[in-house]
Design a binder for this molecule. Structure first.
Ligand SMILES: Nc1nc2c(c(=O)[nH]1)N[C@H]1C(S)=C(S)[C@@H](COP(=O)(O)O)O[C@H]1N2
Ligand SMILES: [Mo]
Length: 441
């Protein structure tokens, strides 16, 4: 007896182990290979079978193509993959550009799509004229040109940068209907290359009285933040390259401070001054904007770490499901304290959970892509992800976070009400027609 494709699919289907409600499958199913998996879910294959005539000779296959450009840009068909801008006319206030996570995949953010927050636009810095000064409680103050810095031993590492205000819309009383880009677009991940800050501080000679550094940018507001010396000596970097090329103007060209895992605002762009001090500077941004206020009226003085977090990018609002059957649920997880240890995914609003496959390599303080095989039966479902890091921290539920930190009708609130460090679970509801909505579950 010969097996038909549907017999085979039937048998495969029996082998696929549902491990949680609403059709979440064991991640082991991926080991079967994508085609077998997708085929088993749909009965056949996801696409119609091909015949020779279906390969048409379109114009591009008949005449020579365009001249190879000296700097490559993406296909003209990808022009919709862009950041969204909060201040497109560049009025004299903060500008935000948000990463379109629902249109990307993998773990690092292309340079042109890395999120940007610039409090007074992106300065047009001539790299030959830019200087970095290290002074204060040091034996020998030093001034570095870009050329001088380029002669030090460099290191590369993947690291995410996240604004403390990312995801602030989720502090609102009602779920705001918006894309993952609008809700979580103020986080990105890149490979950064540069000189360890410890090398430069050692060379300047640290006075034992020094416990902090106050770091200043070369943009007009001279954005300044204080960083404990221990972090500066641990994994801080003066970054010169972003995904292999010089840092983008919006991300700090020609140099920025990188503090892996710490609040975005502390990662001073266009860095020009590092002063070693006994105490923190209590600068504008740390004394006001980035001092989250608690429901009782107390405030965090500093909130350094971007805590463990995850969200589902596929599917997500704007990416509607096209009929029942197989889907891969995937998203991003990261933690400012270390590596991601585990991500669990629910399709029934948190009643039951399946463990996601973590795409290797799982790197310290960098994006980890997680994936779960899912068979959507066409009925209502609520998708959630929840991450744990290697230090044992677990991503809170929204109820847990709101109990500790409050919620607000003022969104996006700038200060005074909760508007910083939302790292709780995000929920996407799948409606009957396949549309995806933001809900609180
Ligand atoms: N000098 C300077 N550094 C800065 C800023 C700025 O406006 N000026 N914005 C900060 C904020 S609020 C964040 S969240 C991060 C964002 O880094 P990115 O724009 O490279 O993504 O940079 C920080 N560093
Ligand atoms: Mo920020």
């Amino acid at each position: 007896m010969t097996m038909t494709p549907s017999d085979r699919a039937e048998r495969e289907l029996k082998n696929l182990e549902a491990v949680a409600g609403n059709g979440l499958l064991h991640r082991r199913a991926f080991l079967r290979g994508g085609a077998a998996l997708a085929g088993a879910m749909t009965g056949y294959t996801l696409v119609p079978s091909a015949s020779g005539q279906q390969l048409a000779d379109d114009a591009w296959s008949l005449v020579p193509g365009v001249t190879v450009p000296d700097y490559g840009t993406r296909s003209r068909f990808e022009k919709n993959v862009v950041r969204t801008l909060s201040n497109p006319k560049g009025e004299p206030r903060t500008q935000h550009a948000r990463t379109p996570h629902h249109l990307l995949n993998g773990t690092f953010t292309p340079n042109g799509l890395h999120f940007v927050i610039s409090h007074a636009g992106d300065p047009d810095i001539d790299p030959d004229k830019h200087r970095l000064v290290i002074h204060g409680l040091v034996k020998q103050p030093l001034v570095f040109t870009l050329d001088a810095l380029a002669r030090y031993p460099m290191v590369s590492r993947m690291a995410f940068v996240e604004c403390g205000g990312n995801s602030a819309p989720l502090f609102s009383l009602e779920p705001i209907q918006a894309s993952v880009q609008a809700l979580h677009g103020l986080v990105s991940c890149a490979e950064w290359t540069g000189v360890p800050l410890s090398t430069l501080l050692d060379e300047a000679g640290i006075d034992p009285k020094a416990k902090w550094i106050v770091v200043e940018g070369g943009d007009p507001p001279h954005v300044s933040r204080s960083v404990p010396l221990a972090k500066a000596m641990d994994d801080a970097m003066i970054a010169l390259y972003q995904n292999g090329e010089r840092i983008m103007p919006g991300n700090g060209y020609p140099m920025r401070l990188l503090l892996p895992g710490w609040e975005g605002n502390m990662n001073t762009k266009w860095v020009r001054r590092i002063q070693l001090t006994e105490g923190p500077g209590m600068t504008f941004y740390e004394a006001r904007t980035y001092a989250p206020v608690l429901p009782g009226g107390k405030a965090y003085r500093f909130y350094f770490i971007q805590e463990v977090k995850s969200f589902i990018t596929h599917p997500s609002p704007g990416l509607a499901l096209k009929g029942p059957g197989f889907y891969e649920i995937s998203g991003i997880a990261y933690s400012g304290t270390g590596r991601i240890a585990k991500v669990m995914v629910s399709a029934d609003g948190g009643k039951s959970w399946a463990q996601a496959a973590l795409q290797q390599p799982v790197l310290n303080k960098a994006f980890t892509r997680f994936r779960v095989p899912w068979r959507w039966d066409g009925g209502p479902a609520v998708l959630q992800s929840r991450a744990w890091d290697e230090a044992g921290y677990e991503q809170p539920t929204r109820a847990q976070l709101v109990a500790a930190r409050g919620e607000t009708t003022r969104v996006p609130a700038v200060t005074g009400f909760p508007s910083q460090h939302y790292n709780a679970v995000t929920s996407w509801s799948i409606e009957r027609g396949g549309e995806v909505k933001h809900v609180y579950a």
